[in-house]
Design a protein around this ligand. Structure first.
Ligand code: NAI
Length: 251
């Protein structure tokens, strides 16, 4: 069949949810989705309140205080989106945390919190939204993995395991979601310049930048535009894929 005449507003009429969207990569995903014509819900933890409202105002999105690890997170999200907008077309599981420690000091608390936010929550929320019928036929699920889940990273056993888990989860969920006409894909960003990576010590930051064949950190928009592709009709026939963003990892 023929190509569309234009990609102006490819997400018009779509309702998109972005978790962890108060700042960083999530805020830029929300901005790009709004540009592409989507109705956007930006979700973040209650403690992010003010930053979340600012992001929502800036991009013209609706804010929702939502801790993705809450047992009722999927219910809350489904109810909110269904009441206001009639359901969800696109969900981006972007919320993520690091709790780095070298292996000998990798305690249960750090392990569990990272696995819960980065891996268990996206799974529970996707399952919940599908079970409730809140995620519509033809819907899109986009997960955020990391190059740390592919190549590993010193001090990030918990983080690397959670992000490798995301890849396994995407592969496992793709055929099941396909039965409902829903696609699922993930991005695996390299080192991206955000508050998360600004918090790591300078030598580690420099090493992170040099892990990429681009020999510099990526920008949040690089990740957001790749996610916008997975959200758009351009990727109708694409599911179960992981795309690295930020050049080729050199490790
Ligand atoms: P960030 O720390 O700037 O933003 C993460 C957002 O998630 C924050 O607003 C935070 O409040 C929110 N969040 C944390 N826990 C939450 C919870 N339980 N419920 C709801 N929201 C929660 O991080 P950044 O850099 O923007 O990262 C976004 C995603 O990209 C994360 O999943 C991260 O692991 C991933 N990533 C980032 C890379 C980087 O180099 N910055 C590289 C690869 C992946």
């Amino acid at each position: 069949s023929t190509a569309p005449a234009s990609w102006d507003k490819p997400l018009a009429g779509k309702v998109a949810v972005v978790t962890g969207a108060a700042r960083g990569i999530g805020a830029t995903i929300a901005e790009v989705f709004a540009r592409d014509g989507a109705t956007v819900i930006v979700a973040d933890i209650p403690a992010a309140g003010e930053a979340l409202s600012e992001t929502a105002n800036k991009v013209g999105a609706t804010a929702l205080a939502l801790d993705v690890t809450a047992p009722d997170a999927a219910d809350k999200l489904a109810e909110f989106a269904t009441e206001r907008f009639g359901g969800i077309d696109i969900v981006v599981h972007n919320a993520g945390i690091t709790r780095d420690k070298l292996l000998a000091n990798m305690d249960e608390g750090r392990w569990n919190s990272v696995i819960n936010v980065n891996l268990a929550a996206p799974h529970r929320i996707t399952e919940g939204l599908v079970a409730k019928g809140a995620l519509k036929e033809g819907g899109r699920v986009i997960d955020v993995s990391s190059i740390a889940g592919i190549a590993g990273n010193r001090g990030q056993t918990n983080y690397g395991a959670s992000k490798a888990g995301v890849i396994g989860m995407v592969n496992a969920e793709a055929p099941k979601l396909a039965e409902k006409g829903i696609t699922i894909n993930a991005v695996a960003p390299g080192f991206i310049e955000t508050a998360m990576t600004a918090a790591v010590p300078l030598p580690t930051r420099e090493a992170g930048r040099l892990m990429s064949s681009l020999l510099q950190g990526g920008q949040t928009v690089d990740v957001a535009e790749t996610i916008a592709y997975f959200a758009s009709p351009a990727s109708n026939a694409v599911s179960g894929n992981i795309v690295r963003v930020c050049g080729q990892s050199l490790i």
